[in-house]
Design a protein around this ligand. Structure first.
Ligand code: GDP
Ligand code: MG
Length: 744
């Protein structure tokens, strides 16, 4: 049996994607149209026994050549060879939704009109004579509530019916004057062939000629004559109506819809249905309080994300510790076995370190999904619009950027909500500057290592703010250079507030959580194993520490052990542990990773970085989370016992009060605390500052680059993002290091 080709068309937010999911059961493939940053979604399924393939066309308001999205939707409709086109309208806003339908009616297609969001329209009291509407239009009409799976079976039946019926006559009427003008143009076109177009759509071509649509090229023996006639008719129309011809056409389209709706409406919407939304907006989208309210909402969301996330985080952490212990107990001496080291240090620690942040991710996306589906995020975008425009971005860019605080990958995917291609590219390119969740553990390690506790929160806030600032400045730069072009005038959608459905929210949340887990299970797993291997081989067979011990340059100091024993009440071998650590340190230095680190050292020396940081930066490129684990690895802290922090630092005493308070906390995370102490010992504050800036701005992780490549459709943009951000990071870190060194 041949496959039915279906298309879904309609305004943005009319529920196309929800219908798409309802029809396909989410068996879909999401990609891009070739060469442009516009999403292409294709899915498959069955109608009774007939297999079908459905395309979710980009949402738009007209079939002119204004934006790439409109051009794509139009070209697909003209040349995509669809058997049935399903037009999706928002029942709560029929007048506006149906204007696009008039364009479609001229295209000589089998149509089905789907009045979606019928649940809401009905609740508001709207009642339509659907069979009558179908008679007036000449094709099937169905009411649906896509997100509740209502009316979907009927829609399926109607699609099958439309597919077997002949293509309906075009019942569109524009009113006397316009019909007359169009007929003249149509006559001038005659039976002449128009290259590349179906002869049946000459009505549509005539309308395009009358509209002077510049984006379309028609060729054919009668086209020139028809163009001349169109010019004449336009003039005539303008003299008759005192109105620009294009505007008059729009008026007439509205007129047709208005008239049709008047005839089929049995009961009007109660006027206060939309008014509820407006009332809420009077507070939430207020010109003055709107933004502060939004800031509070976001703050609460971030706060919940981190505080509530802490509990499950602890559970996951102990789970992985337990697992590591169990695996370790399979060997009598795990430190002797390469396999044990691979399993524990490479896999369990590497993957565990990333999975630990899953609760934060889930909570953040749960919150964002709720805000999005209630319609509040649309208000936020609307409120941010004015500010964002100053930087050449669209208000809608704001939501993907917000998502970028979680992870750049879904953030970049969320740029799909941007209808304009240039907006989408600009947002995508600067998005990695939003400090992502994977960078949070880095800040948690570095900020306390380099700054006094009382400055911690301010520094953290500063890091996030600095990222946003650089992103906005880069956006301005891009808009004035590579992505120059006038801004497409664009209406911000303000859908009414809706009660979100549990199913839709869980679906969104799960999608993100799964993506994160998959990353941990694939990329991060692979990188962890690779880095583990690079730092394990080649093996060191000769230790300098042993030479030093033998020559007497280094001694086991028994008094230290005794003192420790006295303090802890049990035998301690502090110097033994220290010597073990020095050995491990040598092992890493001699390993392949150590060699690579020293090889890139000259390049990063001007920033105040050494080979250890170099290797960790390489790891961070693989996935930002790896930086922390990698610093731990080069300092050989895998097995550190509770080692005393090395005292004697002059500024340590000054911070005494703060340190005391933190003591309880540090004990439980003694690994991180010890690592911090080492970092503080080995690097200056200037290096710390440069390092933080470098990690914030430099080369986004591999996954980000891959997703930028996929979403933009070109390597060019992914490489620009990678190279550009790295160069900027280098320059800024260099400056930060040298300026900060002056004050040190
Ligand atoms: P698209 O932009 O046309 O693809 O629209 P979406 O499918 O993304 O839907 C926009 C919003 O409307 C989402 O929050 C959906 O959950 C919601 N939605 C979709 N269909 C319905 C419906 O029939 N009734 C109601 N109440 N909400 C819907
Ligand atoms: Mg959609």
């Amino acid at each position: 049996m041949t496959t039915l080709k279906l298309a879904l068309v309609g305004n943005p937010n009319s529920g196309k994607s929800s219908l798409f999911n309802a029809l396909t059961g989410e068996h879909q493939h999401v990609g891009n149209y070739p060469g442009v940053t516009v999403e292409k979604r294709v899915g498959r399924g069955h109608l009774d026994n007939t297999p079908f393939e459905v395309t979710d066309l980009p949402g738009n308001y007209s079939l002119s050549s204004f934006s790439p999205e409109e051009r794509i939707a139009r070209d697909e409709l003209l040349h995509g060879g669809f058997d049935v086109v399903v037009f999706v309208a928002d029942s709560t806003n029929l007048k506006r939704s149906l204007v696009l339908l008039t364009n479609l009616m001229q295209l000589h297609k089998r149509l089905v009109l789907c009045l979606n969001m019928a649940d809401e329209a009905k609740r508001a009291g709207q009642k339509l004579d659907v069979p009558h509407m179908s008679r007036l239009l000449g094709f099937p009409v169905v009411e649906t509530a896509a997100n509740r799976n209502q009316g979907i079976d009927e829609l399926r039946q109607m699609i099958l019916k439309a597919a077997s019926d002949p293509i309906p006559q075009n019942r569109l009427v524009y009113g006397e004057r316009l019909d007359q003008a169009l007929t003249k143009v149509r006559q001038a076109l005659g039976d002449g062939e128009v290259e590349g177009f179906d002869p049946e759509i000459r009505d549509w071509i005539a309308t395009r000629l009358l509209l002077q649509d510049e984006g379309l090229v028609f060729k054919g023996p009668t086209v020139e004559a028809a163009k001349a006639e169109a010019a004449k008719q336009r003039e005539w129309l303008e003299s008759q109506t005192g109105m620009d011809a294009s505007l008059y056409i729009t008026h007439s389209e509205f007129g047709f819809i208005d008239g049709m709706l008047r005839e089929v409406t049995l009961h009007e919407t109660m006027p206060d249905a939309r008014a509820t939304s407006d009332k809420i907006d009077r507070v939430m989208a207020h010109r003055v309080w709107g933004l502060p309210i939004f800031a509070v909402v976001m703050y609460v969301l971030f706060w919940l994300t981190f505080t509530l996330g802490e509990y499950p985080m602890g559970w996951i952490e102990s789970g992985f510790d337990f697992l590591a212990e169990k695996v370790g107990s399979l060997w009598s001496d795990p430190s002797e076995s390469v396999l044990a080291s691979l399993l524990i240090d490479g896999i369990i620690k590497g993957v565990g370190g990333v999975v630990v942040f899953l609760p934060n991710i889930v909570l953040l996306f749960l919150g964002l999904a709720i805000l999005e589906d209630t319609g509040y995020l649309a208000r936020a975008a609307y409120l941010m619009d004015r500010i964002m425009h100053r930087f050449g971005l669209h208000g809608k860019s704001f939501v993907p950027m917000l998502t970028g605080f979680g992870c750049s990958v879904p953030g970049i995917m969320a740029t799909r909500t941007l209808e304009n291609e240039r907006d989408r590219l600009t947002t995508m390119l600067v998005l990695p500057l939003m400090s992502c969740g994977a960078r949070l553990p880095i800040w948690m390690l570095l900020v306390p290592a380099f700054f006094a506790p009382k400055w911690g929160a301010a520094v953290l806030f500063g890091i996030y703010a600095f990222g946003i600032l650089v992103a906005l400045l880069l956006a301005v730069l891009l808009r004035h250079t590579l992505l120059k072009g006038e801004e497409a005038p664009f209406v911000m959608e303000l859908p009414p507030y809706r009660l979100p459905t549990l199913r839709a929210i869980c679906h969104k949340m799960w999608e993100r959580a799964w993506m994160y887990l998959r990353k941990a299970g694939t990329i991060i797993l692979a990188i962890s194993v690779l880095l583990w291997a690079l730092s394990t081989w080649p093996k060191t067979d000769h230790y300098q520490v042993e030479d030093q011990l033998a020559s007497g340059a280094l001694q086991k100091v028994e008094s230290i052990d005794k003192a420790a024993e006295a303090k802890e009440g049990q035998p301690k071998q502090v110097t033994e542990t220290m010597i073990e650590n020095m050995k491990k340190n040598e092992e890493v230095q001699n390993s392949a990773l150590g060699h690579i680190g020293r090889w890139i050292e000259p390049l990063i020396k001007p920033l105040g970085f050494d080979w250890r940081i170099g290797t960790a930066l390489l790891g961070a490129f693989a996935a930002k989370e790896v930086f922390v684990a990698q610093m731990g690895m080069v300092y050989s802290l895998g097995e550190v016992a509770e080692e005393e922090e090395e005292g004697g630092d002059a500024d340590e005493k000054a911070d005494d009060k703060g340190e005391k308070k933190d003591e309880a906390k540090e004990e439980s995370t003694s690994g991180a605390a010890t690592l911090r102490a080492y970092i503080r010992r080995d690097y200056s504050q200037a290096t710390g500052l440069a390092l933080i800036i470098f990690l914030l701005i430099s080369a986004p992780c591999m996954a980000t680059i891959a997703v930028t490549r996929r979403e933009s459709g070109r390597w060019k943009w992914a490489l620009l993002q990678f190279g550009g951000l790295t160069v900027i990071a280098y320059v800024l870190s260099f400056m930060a290091y040298h300026i900060a060194s002056l004050f040190a």
